[in-house]
Structures are given as C-alpha cells and as structure tokens.
Ligand binder design. Structure first.
Ligand SMILES: [Zn+2]
Length: 175
C-alpha cells in the first residue's frame, strides 16, 4: 500500500490507452494504491470521488470510486448503455485540480465490469454518479475533460469560480 504521485496534465502517460487486466488478483496492489492515493487527495484537497489507474502511472483498466460512502472497484469496465439524454456540468480532475471544464455527459449509464474477485457485475448510474463514471472511463482511453470542453468559455480556474457566478453552478465538481 502506498500513496502515489498523481500524474498531471502534460504527462504523456495520461494520453495512453490502458490495457485490460488479465489477472484480477495481480491488480490488488494497484487497487490498494488507488484507495490510498484517493484518500490522500481527499485529505489535502477536501474533495475527491474517483481515480483511474493511469493517473498513478499504472496503465491498466482499473477505476476506484467512492460515491456516497460506498467504494467501487471497476476492473475492465465497459459501457452497456449511454443515454442519449445529456446534461452539462463543470468537470474537474485530479490531474488538473485547479481547472474547471464545462462538459456534456449522458444522464444515465450502464456498465459491466469485473469486481476484485473476478466476478462480472453490472452497475446502473444516473446524475452525479453517471458523470463521474464517464469521466473515469475516459481516462482509460487517454481522454481528458479538456478534450470535451464545450466551447472557448468552457474553462474556469477553481479560484476564479467564486467571482464568476456562471462557474459556480450547483452541480459543480467534486471529482
Ligand atoms: Zn480525472
């Protein structure tokens, strides 16, 4: 178990497509590190809900999420469903924690994945959980929220948002 350094925007590893996990048991140490690193981010930043393995430099398709008090380990996740209905929100990312990006995400998603024991599971999510999953899934394919910016006004520094009501919408980020 270890707290790992989170890769920051500009690191080319964040643009890599992560590799499927072939041995679920061997992913245990990455999962432990994701949990420890997420907890450290929460401690130092006061927010934080999800992290993908690529963000600690492990190019495997693993996501660790804590949402509304429940932990989720997603190994080799794949979308079964992305709703056509979308909503807009200010997104953020551990890899550029000072920047908010206005993006559009599906209102609802369905996912299949392997759990830590290698069993196939499914998950349905809507709203905040849905957009969180879409953000973390993007990481596995080297896609970042900045790639999904809606337009040239879709960027706001976190420290600026209190001065700019347009950045302070209620569904603001708690990545
Ligand atoms: Zn991110």
């Amino acid at each position: 178990m270890a707290i790992r350094r989170i890769l920051l925007l500009g690191d080319p590893a964040l643009r890599q497509v992560s590799t499927p996990v072939s041995d679920v048991a061997a992913a245990a140490s990455v999962i432990d590190d994701l949990r420890d690193t997420l907890h450290e981010f929460q401690r130092t930043h006061g927010f934080g809900r999800g992290i993908s393995a690529v963000q600690i430099g492990a190019l495997s398709r693993v996501i660790y999420i804590e949402f509304e008090g429940a932990p989720y380990v997603l190994i080799n996740p794949a979308f079964d469903h992305l709703s056509a209905e979308t909503f807009e929100l200010w997104d953020d990312c551990f890899s550029f924690p000072g920047l908010l990006v206005r993006v559009k995400r599906s209102c609802e998603v369905g996912l299949s994945f392997l759990d830590q024991t290698g069993n196939r599971q499914t998950l349905q999510a809507s709203g905040a959980f849905s957009e969180l999953l879409q953000h973390e899934m993007d990481h596995l394919d080297g896609i970042l929220a900045v790639d999904r910016a809606l337009d040239r006004n879709a960027f706001c520094l976190r420290e600026e948002r209190t001065r700019q009501p347009t950045c302070a919408s209620p569904e603001s980020p708690t990545r």
